[in-house]
Design a protein around this ligand. Sequence first.
Ligand SMILES: Cc1cc2nc3c(=O)[nH]c(=O)nc-3n(C[C@H](O)[C@H](O)[C@H](O)COP(=O)(O)O)c2cc1C
Length: 191
Amino acid sequence: MRKILFLAFVMLGVTMELLAGGMKSVRGIQATAPVQKVLVAYFSATGSTKDVATDLAKLTSATLYEIKPTKKYTLADLDWQDEKSRSSVEMKNKKSRPEIVKDLKGLESYGVVYIGFPIWWYTAPTIINTFLESYNFKGKTVVLFATSGGSTPDKALKDLKASYPDINFKGAKLINKFDEKVVKTWVNTCK
Ligand SMILES: Cc1cc2nc3c(=O)[nH]c(=O)nc-3n(C[C@H](O)[C@H](O)[C@H](O)COP(=O)(O)O)c2cc1C
């Protein structure tokens, strides 16, 4: 009899779990919505944004994805003092769309997408436009973060909002130094 009762309880538990449909229970409190999957996508030419993206992905339990140019940027390409360098030419032409490796799989399963990049000429590198135009971000929360020599990503956010009015951009943060406490507080405001 005890065995039957025990089995009945186990079955009930399993059924309740299935009905909850992935909802999270923390100390008996049911979350009202399923936890959203998070993606941290980044472009980094010299490694600074990559480091921040790696820490952010750890903090948010996210999948980390690198936005890869099919042709890597050389140091000469990044010379902003040379008006003929690749980055100068690309950033002067708002229509430039540097080609990327299109290997991001399963974007539809993510609810929140952080996109990180270095600030180039006060805004986002045009490879970010390529990325945003290569996949479907409708219905997702897109949050920007950047590294720079001091410029904020405010103009990048303004520019991208204007170019992609259908994308739900939530905000943009400069993260030159990864302070876990500060970033955690910000992450909580982006949900
Ligand atoms: C072409 C180019 C333009 C840049 N323009 C700016 C700028 O407008 N403002 C700024 O603060 N930093 C600027 N920087 C500095 C980068 O934003 C900074 O070094 C960034 O952290 C590099 O990130 P990464 O290592 O991930 O590529 C520029 C760098 C390059 C290569």
